[in-house]
Write a protein that binds this ligand. Structure first.
Ligand code: COA
Length: 160
């Protein structure tokens, strides 16, 4: 029997996560280890997609790790994740990472787009709910998400 999956809003799965930077998060130069930030981004992207799909998910791709600001011990890192686009079984999640100083000012460290695929109980890709884009920004992200999906397909075809 085919089950219709009701579309969900971006706000239904949005996530904000905070981390205090401790000595075990640093590299030898005293800055946050990039692999640690990547792990936090992956966790946030996975939570957003899991909440949207109400299924287990796996990360198929992560686009773009650039470190625009150095992050040091005792800083607060804020990760904000939200749905931007859905295909049939895949979802695109945007995760912004910021460093927040004592005044509360946030500086952008990285913007990543993750492709998460929803899995059924047998580990096979399963259909995900549609995405209701309510704001101008959400609709703009959706349109850009369609272009990013095409670019990823082209990269896969070219084995890039
Ligand atoms: C992601 C995975 C489940 C896709 O399986 P598959 O057999 O290729 O499934 P499909 O071809 O049906 O693709 C499923 C969806 O994923 C998308 N997809 C698959 N590989 C992708 C990639 N490399 N980049 C972006 N999207 C991808 C497809 O476009 C499709 O999207 P749609 O349903 O919205 O149209 C499979 O490649 C996998 O298990 N990879 C390992 C993931 C993993 O273990 N991640 C943990 C970190 S290592």
């Amino acid at each position: 029997m085919h089950t219709q999956v009701a579309a969900k809003r971006v706000a239904d799965s949005e996530v904000e996560q905070f981390q205090t930077i401790m000595p075990n998060h640093l590299n030898g130069a005293g800055r946050v280890f990039g692999g640690q930030l990547a792990a936090w981004i992956d966790v946030v992207g996975g939570i957003v997609a899991t909440r949207h799909a109400n299924h287990n998910v796996t990360t198929a791709a992560i686009d773009n790790l650039q470190f625009k600001e150095a992050v040091y011990e005792n800083s607060i890192v804020v990760l904000h994740g939200k749905m931007t686009y859905v295909g049939k079984t895949s979802m695109e999640v945007r995760v912004d990472s910021f460093v927040e100083d004592l005044s509360g000012e946030r500086k952008l460290v990285n913007t990543a787009y993750l492709v998460e695929v929803a899995l059924d109980d047998d580990g096979k890709p399963v259909q995900v709910p549609g995405l209701i884009c309510e704001t101008f920004q959400e609709r703009a992200e959706w349109e850009a998400g369609e272009r990013r999906r095409e670019l990823r397909k082209q990269r896969r075809r070219e084995a890039f």
